[in-house]
Design a protein around this ligand. Structure first.
Ligand code: FUL
Length: 693
């Protein structure tokens, strides 16, 4: 070899080794503590303290500590459930708006130390911190800035008190991963016996910059949550969803805890100047605190899965609340549903069909393998595919080698370099043709798309617009099993029955003769008319694996087609909500009881009973307690009630009520609501029915 050739080889070698620089970061960037928080992804809230024992959501502050007395408090049970559910931490309401403290605070008597629980020697924060350690979970603290108990609330002295408490919590219980500052601030309260309204200036009263220092100095890795961050932001609703477009950045200075522009928190700001990612907080029941009346309202699998995909799948973290009950335990019904969610999530993400598959991109940064397309399928979160500077439109194609069926697409940006992608589409290669199956906006830390099953040999992610060259660290593809749960059967007032199966691509079979449905029963394709007294039973079957759901049973009496409420009530035009078959809608009247609800059935029927379902919402407006039922042939002469009494325990258990009596022929029915189940409350109806012979 001549010297020249040798020199040439060495030069080529040196050139090929030249480092291609990584993409410049796009500001703002997450801090180290925020990156650690992003990895938490799914964790629990526990609302448990005075309200649990007073059946309230917001206690007034004058409650006696003697009321706090859990009979079987077991933080290890909370930790066990959360761990099994795949959660990574627990945030506890150490103090809610009523001011009662779950720990032995030196600065107040309004705490566990004056409760009968453990003779005043207990400390729930300590017990939870220990349980978290044992189950390898992280601990978070909710400390309400608003305190309806404290005599000084509204004055500067309270700020000293609040900071002292914060210091206790930040220094005595080990590492804390998140501190939760709620936005509800100021209003009526007990305030040391003053019982008055106290308003504060939400922007200035707490002097947040100074207050936050206590957290930063004592818990440098703890993220602080509030409407305005500074580390984690509220998502602007408590229903369990982030917007599809979700930027991790906001213009933080435009917000403060309780600020009125909170709806902007749902999307963040594309050009926000601080990294303040969204956390979706939602309760597994309607309320944040335990109410026996909600035992039958625990969110079920289809709803919980929607929440999962609409939060974690939309660049947010998910904080699911357990309203721990008066025993001090996560209720069995909540445990059952959260474990169903955990099982479904595990099944959905069991087998990554993209793992180690070959990927090719239209542009690779500097042509370097370091930024090559295969980095998106290598399972390594530290590698990524990136394009040359200025190339903001680019595609990456994953080849499955053979037709492959799937219904989930997961994609991640390497957020250490900022959030960049503004718009992307997804295409599948079917029968030698590319077909677009989705078009979306932001990605962020994690974006998951759900769609009906498709079978394709390749999939292509097209970045259509981006703040700078895209930096994609991961793509995963799954075929999630279908959700196989009992279908919902509803009959509306016109007698039309609809059956809802909770997932795409499922077969629904039903019967109307009381027999058990199977795969040879009538197949449901669209709503059908059924205006007679009968029972509908239905199942769903996954055509792929023949897996069948349990049977749903819905008993219907005569059709309500001709029914109407008569009378001069305000809002009577909404009265047909009580016949619409939808348990979620209700009608209540402003008049205080007694109130007569008169219903014209449109024809004479042989009646032997009636059914009543009260409002199912969070705030229970209008629940009837004492009642009388009258019938009449002409709507004028009513005689004596055919049934009277009370709907016992209806406040705690607002489920279907059924009352029977000796059969009688009539065209008109009058339900007299004698009293409300709520003190000074209204009366109303979610659904009303009669039982005919
Ligand atoms: C709200 C509070 O007012 C609720 O009581 C609950 O704590 C929830 C998580 O935040 O704004």
């Amino acid at each position: 070899m001549t010297n020249r050739i040798l020199l040439f080889i060495i030069t080529v070698f040196i050139l090929s080794c030249k480092q291609v620089p990584p993409p410049e970061p796009v500001l703002p960037l997450p801090s180290a503590r925020q990156l650690a928080w992003h990895d938490m992804e799914f964790y629990a809230f526990v609302h448990f303290n005075m309200n649990t024992f007073t059946n309230m959501e917001w206690g007034l502050g004058g409650e006696s500590p003697a009321l706090f007395n859990p009979t079987e408090l077991d933080c290890r049970q909370w930790a066990r459930v959360c761990k099994e559910a795949g959660m990574k931490g627990i945030i506890l309401t150490a103090k809610h708006h009523d001011g009662f403290c779950l720990w032995q605070s030196e600065y107040t008597e309004h705490s566990v130390k004056n409760s009968p629980w453990k003779n005043g020697k207990g400390d729930v924060v300590r017990e939870l911190a220990d349980a978290c350690k044992e189950y390898d979970l992280k601990l978070g603290i909710y400390l309400s800035p608003w305190d309806r108990n404290h005599a000084d609330y509204g004055k500067p002295e309270y700020i000293t008190y609040f900071r002292n408490q914060l210091t206790e919590l930040m220094t005595n219980y080990g590492d804390v991963f998140e501190v939760w500052f709620d936005g509800a601030n100021g209003g009526t309260g007990y305030y040391g016996g003053a019982n008055e309204e106290r308003r504060i200036d939400r922007k200035t009263y707490y002097d947040w910059p100074t207050t936050r220092k206590i957290v930063r100095e004592n818990q440098p890795m703890a993220c602080m949550f509030s409407d305005a961050g500074p580390d984690v932001r509220w998502v602007g609703n408590e229903e369990g969803w982030a917007m599809e477009t979700n930027w991790s950045a906001i213009n933080k200075d435009e917000f403060y805890p309780g600020s009125p522009n909170y709806k902007e928190l749902r999307t963040g700001h594309e050009n926000g100047n601080y990294w303040v990612p969204a956390e979706v907080d939602v309760s597994i029941r309607p309320g944040w605190y335990y109410h026996k009346s909600e035992d039958h309202k625990v969110k079920t699998l289809p709803h919980l899965l929607d929440i999962y995909y609409n939060s974690i799948g939309r660049n947010a973290s998910l904080l699911i609340n357990f309203p721990v009950d008066t025993r001090g335990l996560i209720h069995e019904k909540d445990v059952e549903q959260i474990l169903k969610l955990a099982e479904a999530v595990k099944a959905d993400f069991a087998n990554n069909l993209a793992a180690d598959k070959n990927a090719e991109a239209t542009n690779v940064r500097g042509g370097s393998k370091k930024y090559g397309a295969n980095n998106v399928t290598d399972g390594n979160p530290d590698t990524y595919w990136a394009t040359d500077d200025g190339v903001i439109k680019a595609s990456v194609t994953i080849d499955f080698d053979k037709p492959t069926e799937f219904n989930r697409f997961l994609v991640q940006e390497d957020i250490r370099l900022g959030q960049r992608v503004k718009k992307f589409t997804l295409e599948t290669f079917i029968d030698n043709e590319w077909k677009e199956i989705d078009s979306q906006t932001t990605i962020g830390r994690k974006r998951i798309l759900r769609f009906p099953n498709v079978t394709a040999s390749k999939i292509r992610l097209n970045i259509v617009d981006s703040k700078a060259c895209p930096v994609i660290s991961n793509i995963e593809i799954y075929k999630a099993p279908k959700i196989i749960v009992e279908p919902e059967i509803i009959r509306n007032q016109s007698g039309e029955v609809s059956i809802h199966g909770f997932d795409n691509g499922l077969d629904i079979y039903y019967t109307t003769d009381g027999s058990t449905p199977t795969s040879v029963s009538a197949k449901y394709t669209k709503p059908f008319l059924l205006n007679k007294k009968t029972t509908v039973k239905a199942i769903v079957i996954d055509p792929d694996n023949k897996k069948a759901s349990p049977v749903s049973v819905a008993g219907f009496d005569v059709s309500k087609e001709k029914w109407k409420v008569v009378g001069n009530f305000k809002g009577v035009e909404h009265a047909n909500l009580i016949f619409d078959g939808d348990e979620k809608t209700s009608w209540s009247v402003e008049n205080k009881p007694p109130v007569d609800f008169i219903i014209d059935l449109g024809e004479k029927l042989n009646i032997k009973g009636f059914t009543y379902l009260p409002d199912q919402g969070k705030w229970n407006p209008g629940i009837i307690f004492g009642y009388e039922l009258y019938v009449s042939k002409n709507g004028k002469f009513w005689g004596k009630p055919v049934s009277k009494g009370e709907f016992s325990n209806i406040k705690n258990s607002p489920v279907w009520q059924k009352k029977e009596f000796k059969p009688i022929k009539a065209r008109y029915v009058k339900l007299s609501a004698i009293s409300s189940a709520i003190e000074n409350g209204k009366v109303g109806i979610a659904e009303f029915g009669i039982i005919t012979e």
